[in-house]
Design a protein around this ligand. Structure first.
Ligand code: ZN
Length: 292
């Protein structure tokens, strides 16, 4: 098992003269750069990877993205098409790899791009969210704010001589953060502490639905008669917990259990509309999920 820390830069629809041109819903962000660092058993950088990707959908570089990444329109035309860049990245990663990234958006965007091109995703089944790992290890998880890489580097007194918002540099920085966090614990013990932060990026984590009933109907009864199934494995959820409501009785929260994925939380909202009470349900997998 080895760690590859990766970071992506992506493009989206460029604002046109007549307003923002449309993003494709199945590909809101198109990858234009992949940067990655493979880490040794001692969590030291072993090899680096970088690939420029030639976009097929959003060929014009979004101005905001150009400013943040310092990429040019010209540089976009020099890259490989995504399927080729990805196959090089897969070769670089090797087998049994944990892909670590800062936050959840890079794995999400990688998944969307792979799905868009119908590419085999089997190499990518373990991800590590370094942002949450940092929050828990360094700040005791008390602060639920999503910290930036810059913040974490400063917090850990790590040198920042490389420019930010370059895929490879950001991956290097995230690797240094992982190294610093694990060295505090000792590498082996540290790796054990990572386990709860690993997750499968292809799990379906959320499910939402709504139902309309006659206005004034008993809320608890309406909630209890729903069928609650796990978004990831579809098994029927069980619970002995009570349904918690807010003071105004318009929002509820209920904890249910999946044998495989642990306890899930369902958030429920009610709105009255044209003589009906409409209940909105949102069921989410715990983070990190049980079983990794
Ligand atoms: Zn499940």
């Amino acid at each position: 098992m080895s760690f590859v820390v990766f970071d992506l830069e992506w493009n989206s629809a460029a604002p046109g003269k007549a307003g923002t041109s449309e993003n494709l819903p199945e590909l809101p962000f198109e990858i234009i750069e992949i940067g990655a660092v493979k880490l040794s058993a001692a969590i030291e950088p072993l090899a680096t990877f970088t690939a420029k990707v030639r976009p097929q959908v959003y060929k014009k570089l979004n101005k905001y993205i150009a400013r943040v990444t310092q990429l040019s329109q010209e540089s976009l035309s020099q890259g490989d098409p995504f399927p080729l860049a990805l196959s090089k990245f897969v070769d670089f990663c090797g087998e049994d790899v944990i892909l670590a990234s800062w936050g959840l958006s890079d794995p999400q965007v990688l998944k969307q791009n792979m799905d868009f091109y119908s590419l085999d995703t089997s190499f990518f089944n373990k991800a590590l969210n370094l942002q949450v790992f940092f929050a828990n290890m360094a700040e005791g998880g008390q602060n639920s704010q999503q910290r930036s890489i810059e913040y974490a580097l400063e917090f850990l007194n790590i040198e920042t001589e490389l420019s930010f918002h370059d895929a490879l540099n950001d991956a290097r920085y995230a690797g240094r953060i992982l190294n610093a966090l694990l060295l505090k614990k000792g590498t082996e013990e540290g790796k054990e502490t990572l386990r709860p932060y690993l997750y499968d990026p292809f799990l379906q984590r959320e499910k939402s639905w709504q139902t309309a009933v006659t206005a004034g109907r008993n809320a608890e009864a309406t909630i209890r008669e729903q069928e609650f199934t796990c978004p990831a494995c579809q098994s029927l959820l069980t619970t002995n917990e009570s349904i918690i409501s807010n003071k105004k009785q318009r929002r509820w929260s209920w904890v249910l259990n999946c044998e495989k994925h642990g306890s899930l939380r369902c958030a429920i909202n009610r709105r009255r509309h044209e003589g009906k009470d409409i209940y909105y349900f949102k069921l989410s997998l715990p983070y990190p999920p049980k079983g990794y």
